[in-house]
Design a protein around this ligand. Structure first.
Ligand code: PLP
Length: 637
C-alpha cells in the first residue's frame, strides 16, 4: 500500500468507523456465535500472495463483525466503559503514524515530555496532592502511562517489595533474600480487583484478602488488626491495595481510616486503585470521594475507562519516583544517553522497554473536550445511572444493592440467586442488552453501567423496558410452569452453560479462584490456645489475637497445587525448595477435595517455632526467626 492508496483507504476507513458507530444500535449487542466460529471461516495458513484490500474489508464485515461484542453499543451495560472518542482515535492514529518507541527521553523527547506534562494536567484536574506532580517545585513524584490498571498495581507492588526487602536486608544482612521474601504480606479487600491477587502471584508474596463492611468498604480497624496479627506471626506487612470504586459494586474503601492506621506501620506502601472512579474526581462535587489521598504512595485511574480515551491508557502517579524506578532499573550501555541524569526515562517506570506514544490521545482528548466537557460527560453518566436507579426502585419486585454514587447500578429481583441468574441469562441470550453479574455481600447481583458516550434517557428507559419484559416472562413462568421447569432442568442447565459465554462474573476472589475460599486456605483462628496444623483437611494457623477476621490468604502460585495430578504436584513443590517454601500438598488434603491454596509446610513449622517463642516471651511483637543458609537461626526483629 503506497501513500496514494493509503489516503484513499484511510478515508474509507474513517467512513466505515463513522457508519459503524452511527448504526451500532441496529446490531445485536453480543454476537450469536459458538467458540471456534472463526476458525471455520478463515484459511488455516496466511496467504502466500498479497490480497486485494476490498476483499479484506469485505471479510471484516462478513466474518469479523458477526463475532464482535459491541462495547460502544447504547445497550451495552456490562463492565465499566471502554473509553472511545474521535479525538482519541485520531491521537492513536497519529501515534501509530509517527511510530516512535519512547523508552527513553532520547528515544523520542516529545513522547516523554508530553507524557509528563499531560499526567501533571490530569493529576491536577483530579485533585492529587502536589507531591504526585512531576513538574511541581520540590516534588519527588510524577505520573506515567501504563497499559492497564493491573500493570499499575503490579509495578507498585514490585516497588514496595523492593523497598521492604532492602529494609529487611539491611537489618539482617546474612539472611537469604528468598527467605525474607517468604515473610512479606500484602493486603486488600475481598472486593478488590483480581489483578491484586495476580500481582501477588507474580511478586511471589502472600496476599491477605480481608472482609469489607456491609457497604463493601474496607475499614481501617480491619486492616490494622490483620497487620497486627501477621506481625505476631513474624510476617512483614509491606503493601496495601485499596480501591476507590470497586469493580463489583463501585464501593469505596475507607481511605482516611486506612491511611491513618498505616501510620502505625512505617514503610508499608499504600496504593489506591481507582481504575474507573478516579476519572470522576475531575468534578469538584466528587472530590470528597478522594479523601485520604494524602496518605497514599501511589494512585491509578484509567482514562481508557471513563475519560473518552481509547485503550490503552492507564495513568499511575507515585509520591516518590525513585522508590518506583529503583525496583525496575536495568541500564545496559546501549540504552544510556547524554541526558540520563536530567530527563525522565519511562522505561524505568514499568515492565516493558518499548512504549507507544500514548500521551497523544490523552492530550487530544483533554484539549478537544476541555475539563468542562469531560465533567459534563461524567455527570451525564451519573444522571443516567440515577435515572435507572429510580426506575428500579419504583418496581417493588426489584431491589437496589449498592449506593449509586457514580455510573454503576447494582440491582436484583427480590428472590433467589438462581432466579436472578436466570433473568440475566435470558436477557443476555436475547442479544438485546448486555449486563454482567457480580457477587456483593455473597449475593448474586446484576450490574448495570452507563457506558455509551452519547447514551440518552430514552436508552435507559428502553433498557429498563427490556429488563421488565423478561422479568415478567420469567416470573410468570416461575409461577405457572414449575413442573415443566423441573422436567426441563437438564436442558436448561446445558443452555445456561452456553449462555455463560456472555455472563462473566466480574471480580470476586471466590468466583475467579475458588481455591482461596475453601477450607484449606490458611486461616487465622483462635479456637485453640496453641498453633495446630491440621493436615487432614485444613491447615490452620492459630494466633493469640483476640480478633478473628474473616479473611483469606492467597499463597504465591497456589493454583499450581490444586491439581489432582500427583506427579505435577510433586514436581512443582521441588521448584520452591530454593526459596525455602517447600509447598507440597499432602495427598490427604488433596483427597479432602478442598482444592485450596496450600500452606508451605516449613511455613507452618515456622509458625510452631514462632509460637514457642511467643510463649517464652511476653512482648506483643514476637521475634522473627528464619533459618540461615548455614542452618543456624537469625533473629530478625
Ligand atoms: N481495578 C479496578 C477497580 C477495576 O475495575 C478494573 C477493571 O475493571 C481493574 C483494576 C483492571 O483493569 P485493567 O483491565 O486496566 O487491568
Amino acid at each position: 500500500m503506497d501513500s496514494t492508496e493509503f489516503r484513499k483507504r484511510g478515508m474509507e476507513m474513517v467512513e466505515y468507523i463513522c457508519n459503524y458507530l452511527e448504526t451500532l444500535s441496529e446490531r445485536r449487542v453480543t454476537p450469536s456465535v459458538e467458540p471456534g466460529y472463526l476458525r471455520h471461516l478463515l484459511p488455516t495458513e496466511a496467504p502466500q500472495e498479497p490480497e486485494d484490500w476490498d476483499q479484506i474489508m469485505s471479510d471484516v464485515e462478513d466474518k469479523i463483525m458477526p463475532g464482535v461484542t459491541h462495547w460502544q453499543h447504547p445497550r451495552f451495560h456490562a463492565y465499566f466503559p471502554a473509553g472511545n472518542s474521535f479525538p482519541s482515535i485520531l491521537g492513536d492514529m497519529l501515534g501509530d503514524g509517527i511510530g516512535c518507541i519512547g523508552f527513553s527521553w532520547a528515544a523520542s523527547p516529545a513522547c516523554t515530555e508530553l507524557e509528563t506534562i499531560v499526567l501533571d494536567w490530569l493529576g491536577k484536574a483530579i485533585g492529587l496532592p502536589d507531591h504526585f506532580l512531576a513538574l511541581k517545585e520540590g516534588s519527588t513524584g510524577g505520573g506515567v502511562i501504563q497499559t492497564s490498571a493491573s500493570e499499575c498495581v503490579l509495578v507498585t507492588m514490585l516497588a514496595a517489595r523492593a523497598q521492604a526487602l532492602k529494609r529487611l536486608k539491611s537489618q539482617h544482612p546474612f539472611v537469604e533474600e528468598g527467605h525474607l521474601l517468604s515473610k512479606l504480606m500484602a493486603y486488600c479487600s475481598k472486593e478488590a480487583h483480581s489483578c491484586v491477587e495476580k500481582a501477588a502471584m507474580i511478586c511471589f508474596v502472600k496476599l491477605r484478602i480481608l472482609e469489607p463492611d456491609e457497604d463493601a468498604s474496607l475499614r481501617g480497624q480491619t486492616i490494622y488488626e490483620a497487620m497486627e496479627e501477621d506481625e505476631l506471626q513474624g510476617l512483614v506487612p509491606f503493601f496495601v491495595s485499596t480501591t476507590l470504586g470497586t469493580t463489583g459494586s463501585c464501593a469505596f474503601d475507607n481511605l482516611p481510616e486506612i491511611g491513618k492506621q498505616l501510620q502505625r506501620f512505617p514503610g508499608v506502601w499504600l496504593h489506591v486503585d481507582a481504575a474507573y472512579a478516579g476519572n470522576s474526581f475531575i468534578c469538584p462535587e466528587l472530590k470528597p470521594l478522594l479523601k485520604g489521598i494524602e496518605y497514599a504512595d501511589s494512585f491509578n485511574t484509567n482514562p481508557n475507562k471513563w475519560l473518552l480515551t481509547n485503550f490503552d491508557c492507564s495513568t499511575l502517579w507515585v509520591r516518590d519516583r525513585i522508590r518506583l524506578t529503583s525496583a525496575l532499573v536495568v541500564d545496559p550501555l546501549y540504552l544510556k544517553h547524554g541526558y540520563s541524569d536530567a530527563a525522565i526515562d519511562y522505561r524505568h517506570w514499568g515492565v516493558p522497554l518499548s512504549r507507544r506514544f500514548r500521551s497523544l490521545k490523552l492530550w487530544f482528548v483533554l484539549r478537544s473536550y476541555g475539563i468542562s466537557g469531560l465533567q459534563h460527560y461524567i455527570r451525564h453518566h451519573i444522571k443516567l445511572a440515577k435515572r435507572f436507579e429510580e426506575l428500579v426502585l419504583k418496581d417493588k419486585r426489584f431491589e437496589i444493592c449498592n449506593q449509586v454514587k457514580l455510573g454503576l447500578v447494582c440491582f436484583r429481583l427480590k428472590g433467589s440467586d438462581k432466579l436472578n441468574e436466570k433473568l440475566l441469562s435470558i436477557i443476555n441470550e436475547s442479544g438485546k442488552l448486555h449486563m454482567v453479574p457480580a457477587s456483593v455481600g455473597d449475593r448474586y447481583i446484576i450490574r448495570f453501567c452507563a457506558v455509551a458516550q452519547n447514551a440518552t434517557a430514552e436508552d435507559i428507559d428502553y433498557a429498563w423496558d427490556i429488563i421488565v419484559d423478561f422479568a415478567n416472562e420469567l416470573l410468570e413462568k416461575e409461577q405457572h410452569d414449575e413442573l415443566s421447569e423441573i422436567m426441563n432442568r437438564k436442558k436448561q442447565d446445558t443452555l445456561a452453560q452456553k449462555r455463560s459465554f456472555f455472563v462473566r462474573m466480574v471480580s470476586d476472589p471466590k468466583l475467579y479462584n475458588p481455591a482461596i475460599n475453601k477450607a484449606g486456605t490458611p486461616k487465622l483462628s483462635m479456637e485453640l490456645p496453641s498453633p495446630v496444623v491440621s493436615r487432614g483437611s485444613a491447615p490452620i494457623i492459630r494466633t493469640q489475637s483476640s480478633v478473628d477476621h474473616n479473611s483469606w490468604i492467597s499463597w504465591p502460585l497456589a493454583f499450581l497445587f490444586n491439581s489432582n495430578n500427583e506427579e505435577k504436584g510433586s514436581n512443582v513443590s521441588l521448584r520452591f525448595r530454593h526459596l525455602d517454601t517447600n509447598v507440597r500438598p499432602t495427598s490427604s488434603r488433596r483427597n479432602s477435595g478442598a482444592g485450596s491454596s496450600p500452606s508451605p509446610e516449613n511455613e507452618l513449622d515456622y509458625v510452631n517455632v514462632q509460637q514457642q517463642q511467643l510463649e517464652q516471651r511476653s512482648p506483643r511483637r514476637s521475634p522473627m526467626v528464619v533459618r540461615k543458609a548455614s542452618g543456624g537461626r537469625d533473629n530478625l526483629n
